[in-house]
Design a protein. Structure first.
Length: 324
């Protein structure tokens, strides 16, 4: 009888081990933006292992990461709140469960030498990836200057090609985010930012967006992922650990720590206490709901997709709120 119990116990233990071995990690796509590169801190410092959550981070170019998510190859992807609507409009629904940051200067409208302000762009050519977030940034800049899109000529340019297009003289200004915006400023002496995301905080939120199926099946695991994120943010903000954190992030994108500090400065990476107010419902840029509604209208106006999206369905603040 004892032998039989031992055999059953061994069989049960073996089944548990087999189940564990077969369990798939949470697959998360991320790309070259400081608020997402900060995940590298958690990876390098083995914070996920300490929290007991199995994750697999996959590095992509930004658009490719969204394509992989839309193809069902990822459980979650790092993207902007507006782009979450774009992927959702194609059928790849997602739920934003975490606000990593908002852009605080890294997204820029950059004028060629001699262009000193948005008003100087009247009648000029601007290279920007039409339908993407810096197109929206440009529209807000024009609006603040008392102008509209009709006052300028847009040239559709992939964001990663904007530095070369500005340098070639084909356009008088570009819209780009880091690292492309920084590359343009280096490549074109005398160029300067004439309007940035620091002039419109909350226009661009950067988030972790999860498939509804994965969120439903792994809710407790996703809560652990969010908890680890804030451990990484605390590590970055700790004066004793800050230099190491910056070095980890810089190494991920092949830059020196000194170079990367400027990128971090233009990104408001949020603590839990800072992020929670943005997850409350509101109509303006100080709420992810309001900001996403504005992005939704922009996407429809620019024929990115035809019909307005149900914005509230894309946002679930409850996991963040449970960590209070």
């Amino acid at each position: 009888m004892k032998m039989k119990k031992r055999m059953l116990g061994s069989l049960f233990a073996g089944l548990l081990m087999a189940g564990s071995a077969l369990a798939e990690p949470l697959k998360i796509g991320y790309s070259d933006w400081p608020g997402w590169v900060a995940w590298e801190i958690a990876i390098e410092k083995k914070m996920f292992e300490k929290e007991g959550v199995d994750v697999q981070f996959e590095w992509f170019d930004y658009v490719a990461s969204m394509d992989a998510f839309a193809a069902g190859q990822l459980d979650a992807v790092s993207m902007t709140n507006g782009d979450a609507l774009v992927t959702g409009s194609t059928g790849a629904q997602s739920v934003m469960i975490l606000v990593n940051d908002y852009s605080d200067g890294n997204d820029m409208i950059i004028g060629a030498p001699g262009i000193e302000s948005i008003k100087d762009l009247k009648g000029k050519k601007i290279g920007v990836e039409i339908g993407f977030v810096d197109h929206l940034l440009l529209l807000k800049g024009l609006e603040k200057a008392g102008m509209t899109e009709a006052d300028v000529e847009l040239v559709n340019v992939p964001t990663n090609e904007t530095p070369q297009v500005l340098a070639s003289g084909q356009v008088d200004a570009i819209g780009a985010w880091q690292p492309s915006s920084g590359q343009a400023l280096t490549l074109v002496p005398g160029s300067k930012p004439i309007f940035t995301s620091a002039d419109e905080p909350g226009l661009i939120y950067d988030v972790l967006a999860v498939s509804p199926a994965s969120l439903a099946a792994n809710r407790d695991e996703w809560k652990k992922v969010i908890k680890v994120w804030y451990e990484a943010v605390d590590f970055l903000n700790d004066p004793k650990a800050h230099e190491e954190a910056v070095s980890i992030m810089a190494a991920r994108v092949g830059l020196s720590a000194e170079e990367y500090k400027g990128f971090i400065k233009g990104t408001k990476i949020l603590t839990l206490e800072e992020a929670l107010p943005f997850m409350k419902k509101g109509a303006g840029f100080d709420s992810i709901y309001g900001s996403t509604e504005i992005a939704d209208q922009f996407n429809v106006d620019n024929q990115v997709y035809a019909d307005k999206q149900p914005v509230a369905d894309y946002i679930d603040p409850s996991l963040m709120e449970s960590l209070k």
